[in-house]
Design a protein around this ligand. Structure first.
Ligand code: ADP
Ligand code: MG
Length: 322
């Protein structure tokens, strides 16, 4: 394209809240034949809300319950609760939210906000550790607390199978369910729900109309991923779930190895390597700075439909500033 055409494209983009980083990306975007969306915060609002708190009442008392009993009293729901073998919702939520209060993750924010809304006073966590794509680990009131997915809990030596039925139920509802463990036993589960963006389905349909193949890649579990894919019209065969942050970019490589020209669309720190690997990386404007830096295009309106617009600006079929 001539420098003049590049300038026109760039300014049409800017008028639509679509920022192209330089002329060569404006050139490349028209060749995109595959769009890979991240799920959380990209196809969904990423504004998660705490929906469920499920205590797991340990069937038989193990050494853990004694350890817990030694833990004394904990402040929950504004009062004190004598520790017993029976776990209640407030105990699960207090442990989970206290541990998550060190994290910036949207899931963590949903849990902390949900606890505060329910009047639970949090304990400042010590030794906080975030394991991307898996969960958090912290010491809360002298006890080790884990909040995260099956893999995370298993890696920490705790068997998640007692919670299998509850996990399946919550995930079948399209929710992201997380296990909460204290000491070396599971305490319960918390779940959050997210809303699919209003224009996501239309964006997927518009891409299909252009014969662009649409994929989804997420660190979230298979059931939740399938529920979102179905809602927006993505072929289940094109969904990769449970992908660890470090494997997202390898998944893009996989797709591109077949000779495809891929655009990755994402918002998170965990999407940054994949955004850099794709022929075109597109960041959601409200996403993290790391994602925006790694990307070639930024969508200031956070609207999945702007993915189609970006491609149309590149191929010259979108010429008017609306
Ligand atoms: P996505 O790819 O959908 O943006 P992530 O890679 O950030 O999701 O997270 C993948 C999964 O790891 C989550 O669905 C959750 O099960 C778990 N996880 C990540 N961060 C946290 C956290 N702070 N607390 C609990 N679980 C977490
Ligand atoms: Mg995300």
């Amino acid at each position: 394209a001539t420098p003049a055409a590049t300038m026109v494209g760039t300014s049409i983009g800017a008028g639509n809240g679509i920022l192209f980083k330089g002329g060569d990306v404006l050139e490349r975007a028209k060749d995109v034949d595959t769009v890979v969306f991240d799920k959380t915060g990209t196809l969904t609002e990423g504004a998660m809300e705490l929906t469920d708190v499920v205590p797991l009442n340990a069937t038989s008392a193990t050494d853990d319950s004694e350890t817990a009993a030694d833990g004394g009293t904990r402040t929950v729901s504004g009062g004190t609760e004598a520790t017993t073998n029976r776990t209640d919702e407030a105990t699960v939520l207090h442990a989970a939210a206290s541990a998550e209060s060190g994290s910036e993750h949207p899931l963590a924010r949903a849990i902390v906000d949900g606890a505060e809304e329910r009047g639970i006073h949090l304990t400042d966590p010590e030794d906080f550790e975030n394991v991307p794509g898996q969960g958090v680990r912290a010491t809360v009131g002298g006890e080790a607390v884990l909040v995260g997915n099956r893999t995370f809990v298993r890696h920490n030596g705790i068997d998640p199978s007692v919670a299998a039925e509850e996990l399946d139920r919550l995930e079948g509802e399209g929710k992201t369910a997380m296990l909460v463990a204290r000491g070396d036993a599971l305490l319960g589960l918390v779940a959050t729900a997210d809303t699919v963006k209003g224009s996501a389905e239309e964006a997927v349909a518009a891409l299909h109309d252009r014969d662009v193949s649409v994929h989804m890649i997420t660190g979230d579990n298979e059931r939740t991923a399938a529920a979102v894919a179905e809602a927006v019209g993505i072929d289940p065969a094109n969904v990769r779930a449970g992908v660890l942050p470090e494997d997202k970019s390898a998944a893009i490589d996989d797709i591109q190895r077949d000779g495809r020209t891929a655009m990755m669309v994402g918002d998170g720190v965990n999407d940054a390597p994949a955004l850099a690997t794709a022929v075109v990386g597109t960041a959601i404007g409200s996403g993290t700075d790391v994602a925006i830096e790694a990307a070639d295009i930024t969508l200031l309106r956070d609207d999945p439909l702007d993915v189609v617009k970006a491609i149309r600006i590149s191929d010259g079929t979108l010429r008017k500033i609306r």
